[in-house]
Design a protein around this ligand. Structure first.
Ligand code: G3P
Length: 220
């Protein structure tokens, strides 16, 4: 799986978010690879209504529907058309008890959970919460263009080993600095089942071409 986090880049909001989602859908179908997108919350309905691509939220809060202000409930992202959510991204960190609550809330709504971890040890600890996916990303490599699979391969191998020992059903993704197909191939060789990526796609001159390069290396 390739999960593209649109973050808050201007290149991936509004109409540009829709265009990126179109490229993800096209390349995903062409190569038979699951390519999901995580736009800003306000762009979820636009993409979910117009494209046939799995849409994730970038974050959800644990609050129940009701008297709360400025929160994003899991119910609201389901209704907007999302099928999953990133939780605890390095740029949106949460306390462990809050992550547990959110994973539980998402589970009851059948919202797929992709919990992020900054190290393999944190990944192991979060595996106890049984999310569907754990994405391990060394924060110092995020947005650096230096790929985790090249600069810190042990983060991937350790994470896969440690997370699987706790719960073998969890899919382990990795991310940070991935910009080339060969980074993707290396990530898979090291045992991960997919990648979480942002700038390598969003900031690329030709995002569709880069996605195609990723998908080709994923199929090999
Ligand atoms: O969520 C994806 C992420 O944090 C990696 O970012 O820009 O290094 O692909 P980037």
């Amino acid at each position: 799986m390739i999960l593209i986090n649109f973050k808050t880049y201007e290149e991936s909001q509004g109409k540009r978010a829709l265009a990126l989602a179109r490229a993800a859908e096209k390349v995903g179908k062409e190569y038979g690879v699951c390519i999901a997108v995580a736009p800003q919350h306000v762009d979820i309905p636009l993409i979910a209504k117009n494209r046939s691509v799995p849409v994730f939220a970038q974050h959800v809060d644990p609050e129940m529907p009701g008297s709360h202000t400025g929160h994003i409930t899991p119910e609201s992202v389901v209704e907007a058309g999302a099928c999953g959510s990133i939780i605890n991204h390095s740029e949106r960190r949460l306390r462990a008890d809050v992550i547990e609550e959110i994973v539980g809330r998402c589970g009851s709504l059948k919202l797929i959970t992709c919990v992020c971890a900054n190290t393999s040890r944190v990944g192991k600890a979060l595996a106890a919460l049984s999310p569907e996916m754990i994405a391990v990303e060394p924060p110092e490599l995020i947005g650096s263009g230096i790929s985790v699979s090249k600069a810190k391969p042990e983060v991937i191998t350790d994470s896969v080993r440690m997370i699987r020992a706790v719960n073998p059903k969890i899919k382990v993704l990795c991310g940070a600095g991935i910009t080339k197909g060969e980074d993707v191939a290396a990530a898979l060789r090291l045992g991960s089942e997919g990648i979480l990526v942002a700038s390598g796609i969003v900031k690329a001159k030709d995002p569709e071409a880069v996605l195609r390069d990723f998908a080709e290396h994923m199929r090999r």
